[in-house]
Design a protein around this ligand. Sequence first.
Ligand SMILES: NC(=O)c1ccc[n+]([C@@H]2O[C@H](COP(=O)([O-])OP(=O)(O)OC[C@H]3O[C@@H](n4cnc5c(N)ncnc54)[C@H](O)[C@@H]3O)[C@@H](O)[C@H]2O)c1
Ligand SMILES: Nc1nc(=O)c(N)c(NC[C@H](O)[C@H](O)[C@H](O)COP(=O)(O)O)[nH]1
Length: 268
Amino acid sequence: MSEALEFASSSAALLEPYVPPASSQSTAAKPFVTLTFATSLDSSLSLAPGVRTRLSGPGSKAMTHYLRSRHSAILVGINTMLADDPGLNCRIAGASSQPRPIIIDPHLRWVPKHSDKVLQICRAGQGLAPIVLTGLQPEEWPEGSISILTEHGGKFIHVEPKKTASGGRGRFDWHDILHVVSQEGLSSLMVEGGAQIINSLLDSQYHSLVDSVIVTIAPTWLGEGGVVVSPARAHDEQGVPIPAARLSDVKWHPFGEDVVLCGRLDKK
Ligand SMILES: NC(=O)c1ccc[n+]([C@@H]2O[C@H](COP(=O)([O-])OP(=O)(O)OC[C@H]3O[C@@H](n4cnc5c(N)ncnc54)[C@H](O)[C@@H]3O)[C@@H](O)[C@H]2O)c1
Ligand SMILES: Nc1nc(=O)c(N)c(NC[C@H](O)[C@H](O)[C@H](O)COP(=O)(O)O)[nH]1
């Protein structure tokens, strides 16, 4: 039996309170959002920007694939897409469904190629083609990218970026990202990273959008220069610094040499 199947049969109950309820079809007002990633002891996701770094052991990696079997969509940022060439599929043998990959790529830095792992997996019938969220208007989308992506069943969707203080193009509002996810009929979303994606979602204005947090903690320090999860500083009404986020309803589960922390963001 594969690692992933072993996880699914023996440990799924531990995660049940933190994964989308089986009945959470698209009737809910917003998708069920799970923030999930693997981190080092010094809060790094990888050794350096663009350097794919293995943190999870086999048991907690199997858990990630179990989580992918329980969500209808999986979201990563463009730097993760470019650094990792991820498959973004559930690799539990016989998985009955696959998550829809969603790539946050505001400036369309990803140029889809047939050799991309996510598209190879799609052609093999073992995963789905990505939906790419971009701040560019359709007339700015490269023809070649449109044809390769649509050939695999993927697509581009425009999301209007927020305006910066100086009137420039800022980041996407997560309410708008989740509206697109809902519009696509996707009832649950696991946000896998990278750090900029996670830090952006951990901003206090978005805590109400996150239903659960599942973090794999590996017994390793990656050291200086890593890609760090550390959200923007928060302040109270008097401008005194306060914790940016805290989890409640916390459970810690050992998985091999890793420990998996499950919790829910305290709603402010
Ligand atoms: N350990 C893990 O669980 C894990 C998970 C994912 C990625 N990684 C690693 O993390 C690294 C990549 O992380 P990163 O922080 O550099 O990049 P990222 O993957 O978070 O992508 C960052 C880019 O996404 C876009 N983006 C992010 N938030 C946005 C928003 N709210 N609106 C619009 N656009 C937004 C911007 O273009 C930004 O430059 C890679 O090395 C990868 O291997 C590790
Ligand atoms: N759980 C987890 N443990 C890790 O050690 C690690 N490096 C990642 N990283 C997550 C990121 O999204 C990766 O790029 C994809 O998870 C890997 O790509 P696959 O989809 O599995 O092919 N995630």
